[in-house]
Design a protein. Structure first.
Length: 343
């Protein structure tokens, strides 16, 4: 066998060539190993190439739909997968929520829904098709809004306390509108009735538009409604008394909170958030949580939500879980005490 050393003819060149080949092989193996580790670390849904479906349990074009499409676009950019928005309206959000609760927990199907409807439905219905705590893995709260207490200007009141006093003076004679039984509009007023110990007559409508038009027309004289719906209403017809957030809101800093007006228990937020089916691997939930929090920091996204009267929320999965559990217990108590049923 012919042996080569650095001192033999061409030996130095051959040694250098062998060393170069060795370095190339080592680099190739290192890159291959790193790629394998990275691939194994990615959640299964990121490897499959399948699309992600965000189920919205309300009709297209509404606030929830806008939130889903805005966040969905950001997820598509960050995760490199197609995101499809699937509107499944009906039964106060139950149809869409049930669909996600029964979906495979693989990260391909998510739910974007809103409170209090999501947490209250199980207490409203005898045979609710899902449980808001047991059947879902919370991912992140997306946005939050507030309700506003408004009255027709024929009511000679300018504060929530004056409205309560008027209701106590005329039990059952003052009516209020809502967008339907068990809606945030309805539940928030029932909360006020319970805590203030007053009696107002409920007149439910099929949707917010119907209830609002009847408030403007004076057919109902009081109503809780989303602040972004209340603010554009004609001031000669509708007077906003207070908001239900814990602090005054930037969109209308002149409006006091219900807490400021002597009602510490009247806090009612509209919270929109993402959830996955129960059993979804924690690494998948964490990846979605990180992506959604990143999207919410985008100034353009924040501006779009501000236009809807909402503020970006975000936070950890555990924070969202606790919020759901708190809302569930709160509205369960109100519904039982008020004797409200939806079926």
């Amino acid at each position: 066998m012919l042996a080569f050393t650095s001192k033999t003819p061409y030996g130095e060149k051959i040694m250098k060539c062998a060393l170069s080949i060795r370095l190339v092989i080592e680099r190739f193996l290192l890159v291959s190993f790193t790629a394998c580790v990275t691939l194994l670390a990615l959640p299964a849904f990121a490897q499959s190439g399948r699309h992600i479906t965000i189920v919205v349990p309300f009709a297209a074009g509404g606030g929830t739909d806008v939130i889903a499409r805005t966040i969905g676009e950001g997820l598509q950019q960050r995760l490199g997968q197609t995101v499809i928005i699937d509107n499944k309206p009906g039964a106060s959000g139950n149809i869409g929520a049930q669909m996600v609760a029964r979906a495979a927990p693989d990260g391909h199907t998510l739910l974007l829904t809103s409170d209090p409807a999501f947490t209250a439905n199980i207490s409203l219905m005898k045979n609710a098709p899902y449980h808001p705590v047991r059947d879902f893995a919370p991912i992140a709260a997306a946005t939050e809004g507030t309700m506003a207490l408004a009255v027709h200007t024929s009511m000679q009141v300018t504060t929530a306390e004056q409205l309560v006093a008027a209701a106590k003076a005329k039990p059952g004679e003052i009516n209020y509108g809502s967008s339907g039984v068990g809606t945030p509009h309805h539940l928030t007023m029932e909360l006020l009735k319970l805590t203030a110990k007053v009696n107002l007559t409920h007149i439910p409508f099929k949707d917010t538009a119907g209830a609002t038009s009847n408030l403007i027309g004076g057919h109902v004289v009081a109503m809780f409604m989303p602040l972004n719906v209340a603010l554009p209403l004609p001031q000669d017809k509708v007077r906003i008394l207070a908001v239900t957030s814990t602090k005054r809101v930037a969109a209308a800093p002149q409006l006091p909170t219900m807490i400021e007006q002597g009602h510490p228990d009247i806090e009612s937020s509209l919270r929109f958030g993402f959830l996955a089916p129960a059993g979804t691997p924690p690494e998948i939930v964490s990846r979605y949580n990180a992506a959604i929090n990143e999207i919410l920091k985008d100034p353009q996204v924040a501006a779009k939500f501000t236009a809807l009267g909402l503020v970006p929320a975000g936070g950890t999965t555990e924070e969202y879980r606790k919020a759901i559990e708190t809302e569930f217990a709160k509205w369960e108590k109100v519904i039982k005490a008020s004797g409200i049923t939806a079926n």
